[in-house]
Design a protein around this ligand. Structure first.
Ligand SMILES: Nc1nc2c(ncn2[C@@H]2O[C@H](COP(=O)(O)OP(=O)(O)OP(=O)(O)O)[C@@H](O)[C@H]2O)c(=O)[nH]1
Ligand SMILES: [Mg+2]
Length: 360
């Protein structure tokens, strides 16, 4: 998301190697562009080199390219449509214009990424505040009417208290994610899709020459925390790069003295911000990265592969990917006693390689 003409579609094309036309103003009513992007992962590459499988399957992130968010866009139906699209996402990739391009007008007349970010944050807060106020109004009546079972009443009162807390935060100019929520609270609020609860990946879309270091430092100081990251990306350059073959791209990188495309970093950061981890399965047929919520256990990992494996779960054999690489294979790892036998409640770690024993 971002202001109009910030380069959202350019960044989207770069990330997904898609060729959506840019520079045509996209209305909120137009269909958003969708892409599934493979997450580059050197661990997966190394495992594939060892096992030489027929198929290598990386983890994936889905990106949605939406229309521009206008300052003071209010509550019309177009705005509602855009906000609904954003509410459906797990995280927001915030594209801010850092490039100077005389032929592209900035909707606010000048290039100022710091101002733009403040505007975007404010718009999201206002949108959330609108949702909270509307819901509180209704809840108030329901709480007073005191209808329903004891459990329903308790749930309603809890929701009321939480929403009041969020209202106070938002009214104070703070995002909803500053509220401490336990698992139950989170479930209670999930359906709202509060925009200020979502993690942010801020992508400063720079000129080909790259970012001004002092600007990046200021953005980091102002915005970065455990759920907000800042990255610089020369959107148009990366989009052009993404259209080249791998060999051409390598030559290009040398010619332009670029170490590695910023894209990989942006994709990896998106994945991390979603609080996801990867575990791997290996074999002759397929070496594959699977996606899990951080903190998930061995049965949930099995379910990611197939529910029948989870249902018939006996135990998992687990090894760190680097240990497996050092052993050069499963048999040697077993011989050295490096395969751990783990039960249902084992919390799967990022970088685990697992094999599930089941009686399905
Ligand atoms: N020089 C330069 N121009 C860029 C860059 N990124 C985008 N542009 C130009 O800015 C214009 C708008 O880019 P888009 O990617 O369509 O912007 P958008 O944010 O998707 O715009 P809307 O969807 O209409 O809100 C196009 O003419 C791009 O060529 C960049 O990194 N450098
Ligand atoms: Mg666009």
């Amino acid at each position: 998301m971002g202001l109009p003409s910030a380069g959202k579609t350019v960044v989207f094309n770069a990330l997904s190697r898609a060729k959506v036309p840019v520079a045509t103003y996209s209305a909120p009513s137009s269909e958003p562009n969708l892409a599934v992007v493979k997450v580059p992962d050197s661990r997966l590459t190394a495992l594939a080199q060892l096992f030489q499988p027929r198929k290598v399957t990386p983890a994936e992130v889905r990106y949605v390219d939406v229309a521009g968010l206008m300052q003071g866009m209010g509550r019309d139906s177009q705005a509602a449509q855009l906000l609904a699209q954003l509410r459906g996402c797990d995280a927001l990739l915030v594209v801010v214009r850092g490039f100077t391009n005389e032929s592209v007008a900035h909707p606010l007349g000048s290039v100022d990424p710091e101002r733009d970010l403040d505007i975007l944050a404010t718009e999201l807060m206002l949108a959330d505040l609108g949702v909270v106020e509307k819901r509180l109004e209704r809840l108030e009546k329901e709480v007073r009417s005191n209808k329903g079972t004891e459990i329903e009443r308790q749930k309603r009162e809890r929701e009321y208290t939480l929403l009041q807390g969020i209202q106070a935060l938002l009214a104070d100019g703070k995002p909803a994610r500053m509220m401490d929520l336990d698992v139950n609270d989170e479930i209670l609020l999930r359906g709202y899709g509060f925009l200020t609860q979502k993690p942010w990946l801020i992508a400063l879309n720079t000129d080909d020459a790259g970012a001004d270091d002092s600007l990046i430092e200021r953005l980091r100081a102002r915005w970065e925390d455990s759920r907000t990251q800042v990255a610089a990306i020369a959107g148009r350059l990366e989009m052009d790069l993404a259209e080249l073959s791998d060999e051409e791209a390598a030559e290009f990188l040398v010619a332009w003295d670029v170490a590695e495309p910023a894209l990989d970093r942006v994709i990896q950061l998106s994945y991390k911000l979603l609080d996801l981890i990867s575990f791997f399965t290996v074999g002759e047929d397929e070496v594959r990265a699977w996606t899990l919520k951080r903190g998930a256990n061995a049965v949930e990992a099995a379910a990611a592969i197939h529910t029948s494996i989870a249902k018939a779960f006996i135990r998992a054999e687990v090894i760190r990917y680097n240990e497996l690489l050092e052993c050069g294979g499963w048999a040697e790892a077993r011989k050295r006693g490096l395969l751990r036998s783990e039960g249902r409640t084992y919390i799967v770690q990022d970088g685990d390689v697992a094999q599930f024993l089941h009686n399905a």
